[in-house]
Design a protein around this ligand. Structure first.
Ligand SMILES: [Zn+2]
Length: 329
């Protein structure tokens, strides 16, 4: 795998198909990663990320490739890894965001492990430099974390903290059936009701890389503090379902940069998700995941019959409204 920095003729053609007359002039990306290599154990990062610094500034430059001419703002969080200095990486991100020009609206979520001392993120939220939390399954202390329950990687102290501040919790669901798994569904119902001021964003359309898992979203549709982002999803089916059951006010555009700048796609097959990458499949005529994702989102919006105002909500207004709940009470 390789992080792309240039576009070929195919990329340009598909990008035009994805964005022309569709993506509005202003975009707020709810799901973008930063990376500061000294905070990571190199062997825990993929070869395509080793040694790279991904800052808000390099993000902005890279996004010009897939969203040229758009004013792109973002909510950032550090790239998760099995071993890194979370405190240092979070602090570096806060400083990087503070250094951005005022015209660039950016916020940051702290990466957190269940065993972390809640005081550091509590202080950062109180100071307004941390807008929420990004828990991740990697931080549950065992080798196979594919089937972890939500509470194992996002315990109640995280929900309480976000609830207290009206902050965002970015959730990457685990377990094979993702949001259709009854254990996940019950956890989300219970926690979103108990902590109504915690704004839960279910990343990757509730991690529906296999779009057949998305149907469980219906059971959560009545909970206003649950929404989804579109990051790294490259099929329209799950996006369309989310738009139908949650409505365009609770579907948010996310790039998942730097994942957006790999060549490939994730497809549903049977009850599996299958990631295809250009290099591994010796198929250079693949395009960016970020372009595939925009093509899928466009198709989903077309099928649901959304107008420009709704598309603007997905690309920016929903993200701004969500973040406006921070310290709103
Ligand atoms: Zn991500």
């Amino acid at each position: 795998m390789k992080l792309e920095t240039e576009l070929n003729a195919l990329d340009l053609a598909l990008r035009a198909e994805a964005i022309d007359g569709f993506v509005p002039a202003k975009v707020h990306d709810i799901h973008a990663h930063v990376l500061e290599p000294s905070g990571y154990v190199p062997s825990t990062l993929g070869a395509h990320l080793q040694g790279l610094t991904i800052s808000p500034a390099s993000y902005r430059a890279a996004m010009e490739l897939i969203l040229p001419g758009r004013v792109t703002e973002a909510l950032f969080f550090p790239f998760p890894s099995r071993q890194h200095d979370r405190l240092a990486v979070n602090r570096w991100m806060y400083a990087e965001i503070a250094d951005q020009p005022e015209s660039f609206q950016a916020g940051g979520l702290a990466i957190v492990a269940p065993t972390d001392d809640p005081r550091s993120t509590e202080e950062a939220m109180a100071a307004g430099i941390c807008r929420g939390l990004k828990p991740y399954h990697f931080y549950v202390g065992r080798a196979d974390t594919s089937q972890v329950a939500l509470e194992e990687f996002a315990p109640e102290w995280m929900w309480q903290q976000c609830d207290r501040h009206g902050a965002i919790m970015m959730i990457h669901l685990m377990r094979d059936a993702s949001v259709s798994d009854p254990v996940n569904r019950d956890s989300l119902l219970r926690l979103s009701e108990k902590y109504p001021n915690c704004q839960a964003v279910l990343a990757h359309v509730a991690r529906s890389f296999n779009h057949r898992t998305v149907r469980g979203l219906s059971a959560l549709a009545h909970r206003p503090n649950i929404c989804v982002d579109t990051s790294a999803i490259t099929e329209s089916e799950g996006m369309r379902f989310a738009l139908e059951v949650l409505g365009p006010g609770r579907v948010l555009y996310g790039s998942d940069y730097p994942i957006s700048h790999l060549r490939g796609r994730c497809v549903t097959t049977g009850n599996q998700m299958l990631w295809l990458y250009a290099e591994e499949n010796k198929a250079p005529e693949m395009t960016y995941i970020g372009i595939e994702s925009l093509l899928s989102l466009r198709e989903a919006c077309r099928q649901v019959g959304l107008g420009q105002a709704d598309v603007r909500r997905i690309f920016r207004d929903n993200a701004i409204a969500l973040q406006a709940r921070f310290h709103a009470q």
